[in-house]
Design a protein. Sequence first.
Length: 202
Amino acid sequence: MKIIIIGAASHGKGAIKRLLEGLDKLDYPLKTEVENLSYAHLSLPEAGFTLKPGSTSPVEFKSFAVLSRSLSSLSAIAYMNRNDGLAKVHIEAAESDEEAAEKAAEEALATQQALADEEARKEEQAKADKAAEEARAAAEKAATDKAEKEKAEKAKADKAKADADAKVAAKAKAAEEAAAKAAEEAGNNKAEGSEPAAKATE
């Protein structure tokens, strides 16, 4: 915001030129506000405004030339009435080259920082994804190893049981064969003992 005070001191080419410095770079038509600081009506038909004492009104200047002539006229009125504060003009001033360059540098820095932050976020996300994938793979491997171990232990237990059953069956068979053999031998002995008795009877 640029505020211009129009008074007796602003009259003259050098003074008004200093007030208008840089305003030719603004976009026109230019919307401003003009405040009447005097106790009389202010009227500038070219700018299209009339202000009552102490009032403020929006004013649009169609071109820099209109603005320049209007401020010069107000300065002349102030000079003739020896009024050091006739009017106040509020102007949204354009950025200076230095301000524009500083703003552009700040925006570029902000953009660079945003890109760096995004890259850092992506890198952290990639690390997190990799860690999660490694944890999932480790969990799957642990589950697979556990299943294989349990399978191997079950197979070992089944084999041990089968071996034990086989041993029990072998022992039972051996006992059965021994009993059969003993029975057979006992029968043979009985037969051999009864034969002489038969002969004696004859």
